[in-house]
Design a protein around this ligand. Structure first.
Ligand code: GRF
Length: 203
């Protein structure tokens, strides 16, 4: 299955997806990486792996829909079938999310449905929970609310800071995202009309 990855930054999750799809017998192949920010490390990671890249700065567009349409054109040209958001810091339009329903994945740095939004690690530390983690989910129109594919938990230690927690959660993310990608690319997990995941045993 042809996969496009959307990024905005360092792309450590992108790297985990590249490593998984190139070094294992994967059903997924990353054919395009799109960044809305020029010069980010994730773009170098893609280039180093020989994956075509596109930079589409959101600032050049009058509206969210026009920006999303520009991404859509690139995804179609590359014949992408599944899109992975990997640290992509823009909220996508409802139109785009509908178009990719069931074929659009995101990773969030908390155990959803707890701690949605931009400051997950800060909220985790403020709440004093002793367990956090990451969630890979299908993207629904409501932010961080889609059907869940994979979660991995990590402990929260006394003395943790946003930085130490982020690092521990990212290690979990780098296991969880490749697993989720493989579940969807292999057809083991599909999104049904009722917004639930249907699980099929591997053949
Ligand atoms: C990750 O923590 C991910 O959960 C969040 O953005 C971060 C991206 O990190 N959505 P990276 O660019 O993959 O290193």
């Amino acid at each position: 299955m042809k996969v496009g990855v959307l990024i905005s930054g360092t792309g450590t999750n992108l790297q985990a997806l590249i490593d998984h799809t190139t070094k294992t017998d994967s059903a997924a192949e990353i054919v395009l990486v799109v960044s809305n920010v020029p010069g980010v490390k994730g773009l170098d990671r893609a280039k180093a792996a020989g994956i075509p890249t596109k930079v589409i700065p959101h600032k050049g567009f009058k509206s969210r829909v026009e920006f999303d349409n520009a991404i859509q054109v690139e995804l179609e040209q590359a014949e992408v079938q599944l899109v992975c958001l990997a640290g992509f810091m823009r909220i996508l339009s409802g139109q785009f999310v509908k178009r990719w329903n069931g074929h659009l994945l995101n990773i969030h740095p908390s155990l959803l449905p707890s701690f949605k939004g931009m400051n997950a690690h800060k909220l985790v530390l403020e709440a004093g929970v002793r367990l956090t983690g990451c969630t890979v989910h299908f993207v629904a129109e409501e932010v961080d609310a889609g059907a869940i594919l994979v979660q991995e938990s990590v402990p929260v230690y006394p003395g943790d800071t946003i930085e130490t927690l982020q690092e521990r959660v990212k290690t979990a993310e780098h296991h969880a995202y490749p697993r989720a990608l493989e579940l969807v690319a292999s057809g083991e997990a599909t999104l049904k009309d009722n917004n639930k995941v249907e699980w099929t045993a591997p053949s």
